[in-house]
Design a protein around this ligand. Structure first.
Ligand code: C2G
Length: 129
């Protein structure tokens, strides 16, 4: 069974996240998604509106997602690739090149981001309402 793997924060889940996950799911028979914990987001320097428990529950509920796991550090990707028998690792192309070192373990692809939408933009828009 061809398994695809990706990671993300998925705060204020939006159409850009959904389109990426659905495209990645279409590349195989199973999609595993690592959702960044609140602690890891602090390490990434990323603030979020929704707590990890909400963000992973939302991702877990998606029809295109077969398994959602916590992402607790940068270094877990190789172990996850091995544990889940991953054939393809995919991210949006704002990460272009960042994970090419994983090519020794599986195919690595970067898909075009959905322009005009981001969690930051949503958060800033809400602030002015
Ligand atoms: N994305 C997208 N289009 C957008 C916004 C995001 O395709 N308009 C993609 C990103 O490229 C990423 C995924 O959706 O592949 C999740 O985005 P974030 O939640 O912002 O994830 P990030 O904080 O970049 O965390 O180890 C990897 C990191 O955990 C990725």
């Amino acid at each position: 069974m061809k398994t695809v793997l990706t990671y993300g924060t998925f705060d204020l889940f939006h159409i850009g996240h959904l389109r990426l996950l659905e495209r990645l799911r279409g590349l195989g028979e199973r999609l595993v998604v690592g959702v960044s914990t609140d602690e890891f987001n602090r390490e990434k320097g990323k603030t979020t509106v929704l707590p990890f428990s909400d963000r992973i529950e939302i991702v877990r509920a998606l029809r295109c997602v077969d398994l959602a796991i916590p992402e607790t550090c940068w270094e877990q990707k190789v172990a996850d690739i091995r544990e889940h028998g991953v054939s393809v690792f995919g991210m949006g192309n704002d990460w272009e090149g960042r994970f090419d070192d994983l090519r020794t373990h599986c195919e690595v692809i970067y898909l075009p981001r959905t322009e005009g939408v981001s969690s930051t933009h949503i958060r800033n828009t809400l602030k002015v309402l």
